[in-house]
Design a binder for this molecule. Structure first.
Ligand code: UD1
Ligand code: MG
Length: 494
């Protein structure tokens, strides 16, 4: 057991079962359903991310993920997760899949007897830790607590049957729960009930382990229903709490691409709202996507249709123009990213210095490290290159594997020829160099400080500081030169 957790005083021992064995037929996909993504992250990973903060409030003993369809892929996906690294994650294979009760039966050998077990679903990705924590509190380790919600259209869900008349101090709404009846097994009267079971519960561990071993499959679907344990609890006198939520997004399941897209939107809208509440100005919250972790300073402006991926940090007063793709980058205060810029700093990251101007139509690739007030203009690509303060490459250029000094002006159309077909080589451009337009710098090469390269030069040897280097042929003009004439148009004398 995790040492931090075992020493947590008064905390309830907690185990979590995540059911993720189902097929997801309606996704019509080769990929296991729980690995489909919301905001760039597998649904199952969202669920496990919810579990992590629960470890802080409770003594988390174990997380068991029940796998079946696509088990190898699902298990491989989670093998690098933080819970796995802490040895808290285990897998239980369910083959074949005989229902949710059968799924929990497979988890039982992995579950400790103490404390409370929370059941989550791998295809209900947006459940929040606070909601689960409230359910754990409601269970308190000795009650069965069910998360329920009232739906306009409860078709397909298990209905919550409450006692017809509550005791004196209870309204009918909060009357004790008697059972859950699955839609397919429900009578017309029961189908009229709008309160449904969300698929999420908290139960005393020892009791749950015994109860699931007693499940029968004599129902309309021939499945072992986990929900049958509710009537068992009532029969045994174990208190059952039906805890309502009103937040449909948190308990929404994904069964189809349409539902996946709906939940993606709901998730993005929530993120957008949170950013705006923190002071970020979004031109349109409906056209803003964060697939990762975006951190913003104050007075940040973001225009429409921008996508942020991985770890992105925007400093104070950063402005991002429309239609930018921005991934894994640190952007310092007062930088401006003009429209249609593509930044991808997936290992190593990209850094944009204070007050830098990037784009429109710029491309920053991994290892682009730009100092303060650097200008990168349209159709300029930068990869694995450091540009010092005030360096400029404003038009149609490539800087790869380069070290560029302060105030360098890198002319339109110039490129570093960094690749000889086998190896990459470095170009060093010292401070205050001017590289004329349409030059090719054949690496490895160093251009000495303050030097100038004439336009159209192919430079393959180091250049001395302060000098003008020109490698193109000298310009000559021939006076009175006449153009050739087509043979057929020449009149011949007989
Ligand atoms: C279940 C509940 C229903 C509830 C609904 C909420 C039961 C019997 N019914 O119904 O009361 O309203 O969820 O969405 O529990 N799974 C397995 N192995 C299996 C079967 C399912 O791992 O053999 C997993 C699925 O991958 C899924 C979850 O369990 O993550 C729920 O299964 P699903 O088939 O969606 O259950 P429902 O019939 O929707
Ligand atoms: Mg379902």
């Amino acid at each position: 057991m995790n040492q931090d957790n075992s020493s947590k005083r008064g905390a309830l021992p907690l185990s979590v079962v995540v059911m993720a064995a189902g097929k997801g037929t309606r996704m019509k996909s080769e990929r296991p359903k729980v690995l489909h993504r919301i905001a760039g992250r597998a649904m199952l990973s969202h669920v496990l991310a919810t579990v992590e903060p629960l470890a802080a409030a409770n003594a988390l003993q174990r997380v068991v993920v029940v796998t079946g369809h696509g088990a190898e892929a699902v298990e491989a996906h989670l093998s690098g997760s933080p819970l796995h690294a802490k040895h808290l994650l285990e897998f239980a294979r369910q083959m074949p899949q005989l229902g949710t009760g059968h799924a929990v039966q497979q988890a039982v050998p992995h579950l400790p007897d103490s404390g409370v077990v929370v059941i989550l679903n791998g295809d209900v990705p947006l459940i929040q830790a606070e909601t689960v924590q409230a359910l754990i509190q409601a269970s308190a380790g000795h009650k069965l607590a069910l998360l329920t919600i009232e739906l306009q259209d409860p078709t397909g869900y298990g209905r919550i049957l409450r006692q017809k008349k509550g005791s004196d101090n209870e309204s009918a709404e909060n009357a004790p729960v008697q059972a859950i009846v699955e839609h397919k097994d429900a009578t017309p009267d029961q189908r009229a009930i709008q309160e449904i079971y969300t698929g999420i519960m908290a139960a005393p561990a020892q009791w749950l382990k015994k109860a699931v071993s007693q499940l029968q499959n004599n129902n309309s679907q021939g499945e072992f229903y986990l929900t049958d344990i509710v009537a068992m609890a009532v029969a045994e006198g174990l208190p059952v709490v039906g805890q309502r939520t009103t937040d449909e997004v948190q308990v929404a399941g994904v069964n189809s691409p349409v539902q996946l897209a709906e939940l993606e939107r709901a998730f993005q809208e929530r993120q957008a709202k949170a950013f705006m509440e923190a002071g970020v100005r979004l031109a349109d919250p409906a056209r803003f996507d964060v697939r990762g972790n975006l951190v913003c300073g104050s007075d940040v402006d973001i225009d429409i249709n921008c996508i942020f991926e991985g770890q992105v940090h925007l400093g104070n007063r950063v402005r991002v123009g429309a239609h930018c793709y921005i991934a894994n980058v640190q952007i310092a205060d007062d930088a401006v990213i003009h429209p249609f810029t593509h930044i991808d700093g997936e290992k190593p990251g990209v850094v944009v210095g204070e007050g830098a101007l990037i784009g429109p139509f710029a491309r920053l690739r991994p290892g682009a490290v730009l100092g303060a007030e650097v200008h990168i203009g349209n159709f300029v690509e930068v990869k694995n290159a450091t540009l010092a303060k005030g360096a400029k490459a404003n038009h149609l250029a490539y800087l790869g594997d380069a070290t560029v000094g302060e105030r360098v002006n890198y002319g339109a159309g110039s490129i570093t020829a960094n690749y000889d077909g086998a190896n990459k080589h470095r170009t060093v451009i010292e401070a205050d160099v001017h590289v004329g337009s349409n030059s090719v710098l054949v690496a490895p090469i160093t251009l000495g400080a303050g030097g100038t390269v004439g336009a159209g030069s192919v430079v393959s040897k180091d250049t001395p500081p302060g000098a003008l280097t020109v490698t193109r042929a000298r310009q000559t003009s021939l006076a009175n030169w006449s153009r050739p004439i087509k043979a057929s148009s020449v009149k011949t004398k007989k």
